[in-house]
Every structure is written in structure tokens, then in C-alpha cells.
Write a protein that binds this ligand. Structure first.
Ligand SMILES: [Zn+2]
Length: 360
């Protein structure tokens, strides 16, 4: 009876699961997100999917889910349960936690960022199982990350903690979607490697996976493209090591599919840059593209296990445009500073700092 509902909303597809108290998936399903029908239709599709899974739980698993977790891309206000902005889904200020809780008959709902949810799952039940401090780095269309500390993810004061992709590793380098130059994701994301290999190989359709295969085949031009990306990634990880000192770095996202072709040179490049820092263990992610859904289930489970039973209904801020209400602060953090900038306020520059969102 204490199963929870987990949902991961991606740019093109949604994954959902009913998860038992011991972590066993009781039921799993996938559906298209349907973003071609517009942002409101995506919200409706999310709510319908969740309602259908709750019905599945009622009819086949002994009762409705006790809580729900949903992972979404873009910028979130996790405290008010609002999906503030997503370029992929076209969302602005969607009070998703309240909408989901209402649709599911008032069950408590946790809203999480997709990469941070994936990092949470990798840290607790995946490649970082048993590790107290880790850094999860997702190398996909862009580069995103999650800082794991003591079984939770540190999202920062404004929800931008762990944005490894926007660490500047080459000042004055290639322009980034965030507005800066030389960000790590302009040099070491799967997209960046794909672009570089397409230019070097003369094949406009060449991508990062093709570059990895060419490296494995001994192509010197591919090796040069690869080395440029690995060097940038190592510079970024060394900066993270100096700041955060994680014991483990978990590398996920599509580029992690290159396996030791990536991780071997990356370990060497990191090791040769470190001076006093202790080298992190660098491992591939273990949960694949199901990590964010599993993480959403963990967020839902945490609502039950840690007594954070708050459906979000009273704590939700006013609808779009108003300031978000502050829910109860996490127990290990001081109360938020009421004079701090509104984390859900639109970016004054009118851009999404997370564009492009990482697709693993
Ligand atoms: Zn950037």
C-alpha cells in the first residue's frame, strides 16, 4: 500500500513507474510528451499519465500511490513546486506540484529537476551507491550536473547549483547559449564533439558517437578532437574537485556510452592536473535513461519517510506572476533570507540560463 508514483517528463518522452517501498518497480510505462501540441497539452498529458498510473495502482496494486514525484527539465522553484521555465516544453510558471496533487486526489507531490533527480538516483541506488559526496555530470546535448552530499542533492540558493556545463574553462572561447563564452558545454558536450568531428571529418552528419568509434579505430584527427574535449572536461572537473572535493565523479548522459574511450583518458587528464587534491573515483553512470524517473520515485519516498508530508497546496505561491510562497525549509538549512532575490523571477535578460537543456 505504500507504493509511490514516479514520473520523468522529457523533451520528447515521459517515463513513469509505480515503485514499492523496497524500491522494486511494480509497473513501468512510457508515453510521448506531445510537445508539438503546445505547452498546455504537455501539462494535460502529464496529468493524464499520472492519473492513469494511479488508477493502475488502485486496481492492480492494492491502493492509490501514497505520494508522487515528478522530474522535469528547465528551471524550477522546487520549494513552491513550480516549473518556472523550460525551453524544451514551452513552459512558463506551471504550478505542476499543485496541479498533480489536485489530479491525484490530494496525495503529496515532490517536484524535482530532471538532472538533479537522476543524480540523486545514481548517488543512492546507482553508480554512487554508498558514497557520501559525489558529483554527477550528464554529458548530452549540453552538460548539466548534480552535487550529492549526504544522500541529498545540493541545488544551491536559487536552483542553479551543479551547473557544471557553465563553468568557463576557455575564457573568450566559443559562445554559449547562456550568454558567456568558453563554457564547458561548448567544448565537451556530445553536441560540441559532434560539431567538431563533423568539421574535421568533412561529414556533416558525423556525431560524437561516430567520433568515439573513429578514436577507437585509431583515426588521428578524431583523437585530436577527442583530446580537446577531454582536456576541457578535465579542466572543469579539476575546478569542481577543488571546490567540492567529491570522492566520486559519476559520468552520465549520452556521451558516457563511449565508456572507457572517454573515462580512461579523462582519469589520466584529471590526475595530471591535480596537485594537492585527492583524485576522485571516476565511474560511468549505472541507471541509464531511467535515472530521473527512479530519482522522482526517491523524492516521493522521501516525502513519506522524512515526514515532509506537505501536498504543496497551501505552500504554493500565487499563480504566474506573483512571488512564490516559501514552503518549510529543509531541516538542515537555515530559513531562507526573505530579502533574497526571487528565484522564480524571469531572467532580466530574457534568456534561459539552461538552454539547451541536457538530453541524456
Ligand atoms: Zn554557458
Amino acid at each position: 500500500m505504500t507504493h509511490v508514483l514516479a514520473l520523468d517528463v522529457g523533451g520528447t518522452g515521459m517515463k513513469a513507474a509505480l515503485v514499492a517501498a523496497d524500491g522494486t518497480p511494480l509497473h513501468q510505462a512510457r508515453r510521448p510528451t506531445g510537445r508539438e501540441h503546445g505547452p498546455d497539452a504537455v501539462v494535460a498529458a502529464v496529468l493524464d499519465f499520472a492519473a492513469d498510473l494511479a488508477e493502475e495502482a488502485r486496481t492492480r496494486h492494492g491502493g492509490p500511490p501514497a505520494a508522487a514525484g515528478v522530474a522535469v527539465p528547465g528551471t524550477l522553484d522546487e520549494r513552491s513546486g513550480t516549473a518556472v521555465f523550460s525551453a524544451n516544453l514551452g513552459w512558463r510558471d506551471v504550478p505542476l506540484r499543485r496541479l498533480l496533487s489536485e489530479r491525484l486526489g490530494g496525495v503529496p507531490v515532490a517536484l524535482g529537476h530532471d538532472v538533479r533527480s537522476g543524480g540523486l538516483a545514481e548517488g543512492r541506488i546507482g553508480a554512487g551507491r554508498g558514497v557520501d559526496r559525489f558529483l554527477f555530470v550528464a554529458l548530452g546535448t549540453g552538460i548539466a550536473g548534480a552535487i550529492g552530499i549526504g544522500g541529498r542533492i545540493e541545488a544551491g540558493a536559487h536552483g542553479y547549483g551543479g551547473e557544471v556545463g557553465h563553468v568557463v574553462v576557455r575564457p573568450g572561447g566559443p559562445p554559449c547559449g547562456c550568454g558567456a563564452r568558453g563554457c564547458l558545454e561548448t567544448l565537451a558536450s556530445a553536441s560540441a564533439i559532434g560539431r567538431a568531428w563533423a568539421a574535421a571529418s568533412g561529414d556533416p552528419a558525423a556525431d560524437a558517437a561516430a567520433c568515439a568509434r573513429a578514436v577507437e579505430a585509431g583515426d588521428p584527427a578524431a583523437a585530436e578532437v577527442w583530446r580537446t574535449a577531454v582536456d576541457a572536461l578535465a579542466d572543469g572537473l579539476v575546478l569542481c574537485q577543488s571546490l567540492l572535493d567529491p570522492s566520486t565523479v559519476i559520468v552520465g548522459g549520452g556521451l558516457a556510452g563511449a565508456g572507457e574511450t572517454l573515462l580512461g583518458p579523462l582519469r589520466a587528464a584529471v590526475a595530471e592536473r591535480l596537485t594537492f587534491q585527492v583524485p576522485p573515483v571516476i565511474v560511468a553512470a549505472a541507471l541509464g535513461d531511467g535515472a530521473a524517473c527512479l530519482g522522482a520515485g526517491l523524492l516521493a519516498r522521501d516525502l513519506l519517510d522524512h515526514g515532509l508530508l506537505d501536498s504543496g497546496l497551501p505552500a504554493d505561491g500565487p499563480a504566474a506572476g506573483g512571488p512564490p510562497a516559501q514552503g518549510p525549509p529543509p531541516r538542515d538549512l537555515p530559513a531562507p533570507d526573505p530579502s533574497a532575490p526571487d528565484p522564480s523571477a524571469p531572467d532580466p535578460h530574457g534568456r534561459d540560463p539552461l538552454t539547451p537543456e541536457v538530453t541524456a
